[in-house]
Design a protein around this ligand. Structure first.
Ligand code: ADP
Ligand code: MG
Length: 724
């Protein structure tokens, strides 16, 4: 007896050759075929017969209709130099024609007399009085299907037909038949993956019923109910994984309970040149509470660029150090690590804290001296890049880890870092404003604090979009502003994904500008290929105002803080993603002076983009896709807040491509959309977290089924839960 877990070869309609083709698209067992869901359905919403269509058109209706009809004849007709393909069709009420002006040969071969199609398009009446559809959408139906469809209103599923199957002469109809047969014969063997109690509580369809309904829904409500079961299931298992990760972090690990030396903090604050914002104070309270607790802190600190996350991190580290412990701060780039090192050294200079820097480009001798001190506990705060991961870096008493710009690091790396101390507290900081729903699902193992306020003395950055023709005026502006003490970044993008080319562009422009438009200013160049000492030297000089203009590749993107740099020019701005543009813009506007971000594009584009008015309510996915870079740049000129920018970014990217999900070690979502299905997500999360808190190891009889599903379907993802 063949069973659902056997190879699809055993199905009547599939021989070894076809099985091979299916294998290529990841379908090898009968079960896989049953889990190959339709991507589209044909329902009767717009279905009418051709006589009614005529009526509609005469009455001025301009929408789409669907007609089920049979192919009568086809021919390519010549009108002078032009050709058109006409396919004559007939339905129960009359005749009409479909026409194509392009791809005529292809479509002519496709349609054969006697075949039945569902034709969907906007109808017109020709001047000869014929009903006509131009370039319609069409779906081929089997004779019986079309009858069932017309008479009983059965919904017809359509499956994606990959080219590997087409190559083995499997068409829409035969694929539908193959899946139909497989479902009919084997679906009852499908093993339920959720406990009965959960199915009942959340009103879900049982697996077998849901599978049947997804393939052959009787009506659209049934389809919706079936789909929501799969959405729930998928989100539930995602949240089980998140909950397990959180659990293993919280329970298995005993953390360090810090004593908070309030006087030290107070002293530190009183020496700062500014007062902390309310939002900074609020997140500090969260952090203090975590650090006092015996459970290790695992907190995400979110705050827009320029919101002042660094000083919060410094205070947290100071709290650790005043307990005689070590703290580490990790940054994604050498420039940023270096900047943090300097700032922290400056901020803590009166406090007798020993600070060290560990980055990739250091000299061996220099590095081993620092490593030695870290090991002996002679350095209190270690600032560095990925280099901190390396074997040779051994801590003496690491109890707090701060990770800056977390979106740049995957989770695996984070866990590697955690191994370095005995359950140290972890604070990750990110300027990427992750929408709440996403935070709670993917980073659900983290507690979240948000700095939702910028220091009060800031003016919003003026963001302008200009064509290249305007560059001379912009250089003039830079010259004028330099007299007021303004400094400028001029950024060139990564062209052709190659550092070499990028470097060349920046270098060429540097040489040109230095001897022309900017010849009266002090101009420097910085790029990714420089040794870190060189970069460091240039950044230091720039910060000390020994340069007016810094020409750079994107190395300045993240975190750089130069308060007097208040003009940013971004060349070929359409090359950048929205999040990246916003990060870049965050390099300016860090003082009480008016800052400018000037985005440069080709001249013809600048005009178009500036007058571009987008409204996501009216834009179709294809239109969004087509106008992506226009929307991005236009949004930059309209919005200043990272949260607005993030929302637009997500709409532009589409729900499938949400940042970080893949990297995070969690399963990709096939059915659910975190934004649109937020309600289901919330329900699934609540259920999953409750379940794991009651039964962390899934040993209860009723939860065995969950454990089994995890091991069967989520084996790869499970390893990320063992962060400890
Ligand atoms: P980000 O959150 O982007 O990392 P930073 O920590 O680099 O931001 O801070 C941006 C700038 O704002 C720094 O120059 C910092 O000294 C300054 N800053 C931080 N907090 C305040 C505050 N409360 N008032 C005024 N300036 C502040
Ligand atoms: Mg920062």
């Amino acid at each position: 007896m063949t069973s659902i877990t056997d190879s699809i070869q055993y199905l009547k309609s599939i021989g070894p050759k076809r099985a091979e083709a299916f294998e290529k698209i990841g379908i090898s067992k009968i079960k896989d075929l049953i889990y190959y869901f339709p991507t589209r359905y044909l329902d009767r919403t717009n279905l009418i017969n051709s006589a009614k269509v005529m009526q509609y058109v005469i009455n001025g209706y301009e929408g789409e209709v669907t007609v089920i009809s049979e192919v009568l004849d086809k021919e390519i007709i010549r009108y002078g130099k032009k050709q058109i393909l006409k396919v004559q069709m007939r339905d129960s009420a009359g005749f009409f024609e479909c026409v194509w002006f392009q791809g005529m040969k292809y479509f002519k071969n496709l349609f054969n007399t006697g075949e039945i199609y569902a034709i969907s398009a906007k109808p017109v009446i020709t001047r000869y009085g014929h009903l006509q559809f131009a370039h319609p959408d069409f779906d081929k139906l089997a004779d019986k299907e079309s009858k069932d469809f017309i008479h009983t209103g059965k919904i017809i599923p359509f499956y994606k037909l990959p080219k590997q199957l087409k190559a083995k002469h499997i068409g829409d109809l035969s694929l539908r038949k193959i899946i139909n047969d497989a479902v009919n014969l084997y679906v009852n063997e499908a093993q339920e993956t959720l406990p009965g109690s959960i199915i009942e509580k959340h009103n879900l369809l049982p697996l077998v019923k849901a599978l049947k309904s997804v393939h052959f829904p009787e009506n659209s409500e049934e389809l919706k109910t079936a789909l929501s079961r799969f959405k729930f299931e998928e989100l539930f298992f995602l949240e089980i994984l998140v909950a397990m990760r959180k659990q293993s972090f919280k329970s298995k690990l005993k953390g360090y309970s810090f004593h908070i030396h309030s006087e030290i903090i107070k002293n530190f604050l009183s020496e700062l040149p500014f007062q902390l914002t309310g939002a900074q104070l609020k997140v500090l309270t969260d952090i203090k509470t975590d650090m006092k607790s015996i459970h290790p802190m695992n907190r995400l600190l979110q705050g827009d660029v320029g919101s002042g996350k660094t000083v919060v991190a410094v205070i947290a580290m100071l709290m650790a150090v005043s307990n005689g412990c070590q703290a580490a701060l990790m940054a994604p780039t050498e420039i940023l690590a270096n900047q943090h090192y300097k700032n922290i050294t400056r901020l803590l200079k009166n406090l007798n804290v020993r600070i060290g820097l560990v980055i990739g480009g250091q000299k061996k001798s220099e590095r081993s001296v620092i490593e030695d001190k870290i090991k002996k506990g002679e350095i209190d705060i270690v600032v560095g890049t990925h280099a901190l991961f390396e074997k040779d870096v051994q801590f003496n008493n690491l109890k707090l880890i701060v990770i800056d710009e977390q979106h740049r690091f995957g989770v695996i790396q984070r866990s590697r870092f955690i191994e370095k101390g005995v359950a140290p507290d972890v604070l990750v900081m990110s300027a990427t404003p992750i929408p709440r729903t996403l935070t709670m699902s993917v980073y659900g193992d983290l507690d979240v604090s948000v700095i939702d306020e910028l220091p009060g003395n800031r003016l919003p950055v003026k963001t302008l979009l200009r064509g290249e023709k305007k560059l001379p005026d912009i250089y003039k502006f830079i010259n004028e502003k330099a007299e007021e003490g303004y400094q400028t970044f001029i950024v060139y993008p990564l062209v052709e994904e190659s550092e070499k080319v990028e470097l060349k562009a920046a270098e060429t422009h540097y040489n040109e500008l230095k001897s022309s438009y900017l010849k009266n200013l002090r101009v420097a160049l910085i790029h990714g290929r420089m040794k870190w000492q060189e970069k460091d030297e240039i950044m230091r000089e720039f910060a000390a105002k020994n340069f007016d203009v810094l020409i750079s590749t994107t190395v300045i993107e993240v975190g750089i803080d130069i308060p007097d740099a208040n003009i940013l020019v971004i060349n070929d701005a359409f090359q950048f993603g929205l999040a990246q543009l916003h990060q870049l813009r965050g390099r300016v506007g860090r003082s009480n002076k008016q800052a400018y971000c000037i985005l440069i594009t080709k001249d013809y584009l600048a005009k178009k983009i500036n007058s571009f008015n987008f409204n996501f309510d009216y834009l179709s996915r294809t239109e969004i896709e087509k106008n992506k870079s226009m929307i991005r740049l236009n949004a930059m000129t309209k919005y200043n807040s990272g949260f607005d920018i993030a929302e637009i970014d997500m709409k532009v990217r589409g729900p499938g491509d949400i940042f970080g999900l893949k990297q995070s070690g969690f399963p990709e979502l096939k059915h659910a959309d975190i934004i649109r299905d937020a309600d289901i997500l919330f329900e699934a999360k609540k259920e999953a977290f409750h379940l794991i808190s009651e039964d962390p190891n899934l040993t209860k009889q009723e939860n065995r089924i969950i454990k089994k599903s995890l091991l069967e379907n989520y084996r790869d993802n499970l390893k990320y839960t063992e962060i400890a």
